[in-house]
Design a protein around this ligand. Structure first.
Ligand code: AMP
Ligand code: MG
Length: 350
């Protein structure tokens, strides 16, 4: 399947925080996979199959479904989301597809439960920082007046007005950016689609966002969590049933602005790049929920992540700070195997 040149693809693949490790094979089954490049990341679908029919048509249809979400819900390219943002700016209502309405409703709930630290309505500020570009070029920080104007407008999904099949907002500065959520939604849907076609043992890996399923009694998928700052693994785990592992990292995408490294994740209250944590990993049944949570917890930082995790109802969390100190919930600790003794020693169950 097509994508960017191999060099860029390889560089991005190296950045991926999660990696599929060799695991227990299922007796009598074989594995088939399909690769693509979407959402600015390598995408991999992998299924376990009994001998016989290949799963190629199901894999192709699932990949096409992912590509469709990528096209529709990229706020920075012409599509449903950019049209909706244009409608907000002009004070118009727009008819919106039912699935996007559902996504906006659940995103609004997640924003509230995350005390506003996950906020997909701050697209204007994301654009002002230049974090929407596929290529993160060095440059200058946005001006203080520009950021003050976005802060004063205080965009929030609570300002969405949904009537029948239309959506509007009285805040012209509400600008949707689903960059912290759509990948999770997309990989949940990919698993639904594979399951509907009888492929109950599958994995979708979308650069730092991974969702897997295995049938009861069958082995799960063995996932490695990479060291954010060097080679090797921090830890690994085996998925159970249907489960997603999602990582948000301040090291993954950033711009050098006025010589300083600025991560692509913003604190919605200050509209400054999040500092404090280098990486957050969330394990949850829903990839969409885990995706929003990982973004929110990265913003929450070392002092607030526990409270925000509680608000969001996520119990399996691991965070790593700039000094490579690891904190994790007891429920997460129960699932992990450390990548080295050094990582185990640097960890603390909180
Ligand atoms: P993720 O990699 O899932 O943490 O998502 C990061 C992306 O989400 C960024 O590239 C922005 O497009 C968007 N974003 C940045 N800050 C936030 C935030 N506080 N809440 C929601 N989305 C955000
Ligand atoms: Mg996210």
């Amino acid at each position: 399947m097509h994508g960017p040149p191999a060099t860029r693809r390889d560089a991005l693949a190296l950045l991926s925080a999660l990696v599929l490790l060799p695991g227990a094979a299922r007796a009598g089954h074989r594995e088939q996979q399909a690769d693509h490049f979407l959402f600015g990341s390598p995408v991999r679908l992998r299924v376990r199959l009994p001998p016989g029919e290949p799963a190629t048509p199901a894999l192709e249809a699932t990949m096409a479904g992912l590509a469709q979400i990528h096209r529709r819900w990229n706020a920075w390219k012409p599509g449903e989301l950019s049209r909706l943002n244009e409608a907000f700016r002009a004070g118009r209502a727009l008819r919106v597809a039912p699935d996007l309405q559902a996504v906006l409703r659940s995103a609004a709930r997640l924003e509230r439960d995350a005390f506003g630290l996950f906020n997909p309505g701050i697209g204007g500020a994301v654009g002002a920082w230049g974090f929407h570009d596929d290529v993160m070029r060095p440059g200058a920080r946005p001006g203080t007046r520009t950021l003050a104007a976005w802060r004063a407008a205080a965009p929030s999904l609570a300002q969405l007005e949904m009537r029948g099949d239309t959506v509007s907002s009285r805040n012209p500065r509400l600008q949707l950016d689903l960059g912290g959520y759509a990948k999770g939604v997309a990989i949940d849907r990919a698993l639904d689609r594979l399951a509907a076609q009888g492929l109950g043992e599958a994995l979708v890996d979308l650069g730092g966002n991974l969702a897997a399923m295995s049938r009861p009694g069958e082995p799960g998928w063995h996932i490695g969590i990479r060291d954010p700052q060097g080679p090797g693994l921090v830890a690994s785990l085996v998925t159970a049933g249907r489960e997603a592992v999602v990582t948000s990292g301040s090291y993954e995408r950033f711009r050098l602005l006025d010589g300083e490294r600025c991560t692509h994740i913003l604190d919605p209250l200050t509209l400054a790049p999040a500092t404090g944590l280098v990486s957050v990993t969330v394990l949850h049944a829903s990839a969409a929920h885990a995706d929003a949570a990982a973004t929110a917890l990265l913003v929450a930082g070392p002092d607030r992540w526990r409270r925000v995790a509680e608000g969001l109802g996520v119990s399996r969390v691991m965070v790593i700070d700039r000094h490579e100190r690891v904190e994790l919930s007891a429920a997460m600790a129960a699932r992990l195997r450390w990548g080295s003794e050094a990582w185990r020693r640097r960890s603390r169950v909180a």
